[in-house]
Design a protein around this ligand. Sequence first.
Ligand code: 5GP
Length: 206
Amino acid sequence: MKKKGLLLIISGPSGAGKGELVKRLRATAPEGFFAYSVSATTRAAREGERHGENYYFLTREEFESRIAQDGMLEYAEYCGNYYGTPKGEIEEKLANGVHVILEIEVQGAMNVKRRMPEAVAVMIAPPDYPNLERRLRGRGTNTEEDIQNRLAKAKEELSTLPSYDYLVINYDDMLDKAVQDVFDIIKVEQDSVKRNSGFVVDFYGK
Ligand code: 5GP
C-alpha cells in the first residue's frame, strides 16, 4: 500500500528557531522526502531573499487577485502584510508520498486544519520565556519596541497550542534533537491506524 505524504504544518513564535529547524529537516532528509511550499507575501524581500525561493513577493493587488481567483489554500495578515500558501501542486505531491512542509503562522495553520483536518500541526517553542527573551535580544538587530512586540506576539501565538497536534521544544544548541522529534512525529503519524485504514482490503487484494 502506497502511503500518502503528510501535510506538515510548522509554526512557532519569532525566536523559536523554526526557520533553522526546517532548513535542517530538509538538509537531513533523503531526496524527494519533503517538498517545501514556497509562500506568497506582500512584505518586502530582506537582504539575500530571492523571489520563488524564499517567497513569491507580490504587491497587495496581485495578492488580492490570487485570493479572488481562489488560488490560496490559506492566507493571513501578519504584522500588516499578507502571507499565503499558493494551492500549487500540494495535493499531487501528497498523493505521490511526498511530505509537504508549510512553515506558517498560527491563523493560517488553523485555516489549513479546518480545510484539511488530516494535516499534522507542530508548534515549535523555545524552552521558556527568559530563554525566548534572551534569544530575541541576542539577535542584536531588533529595537526594544520590536522585541516587546515579538514577546507579546509570542504569548498570543503560544496560546493557540491546544489547536496543534504536537509540541516540539527547541532547546539551545540541540537543534538535532528537535529535528529528530519531527522525524519521530512523521513516523508515528504515518504508522497510525487512522492513516492505514485501507490496509486490510489491500492485503487481501480486494
Ligand atoms: P517572516 O516575515 O518572518 O518571513 O514571516 C512572518 C510569519 O509569517 C512567520 O510566522 C511565518 O511562519 C509566517 N508565514 C510565512 N509564510 C506563510 C504563509 O504562507 N501563510 C501563513 N499563514 N503564514 C506564513
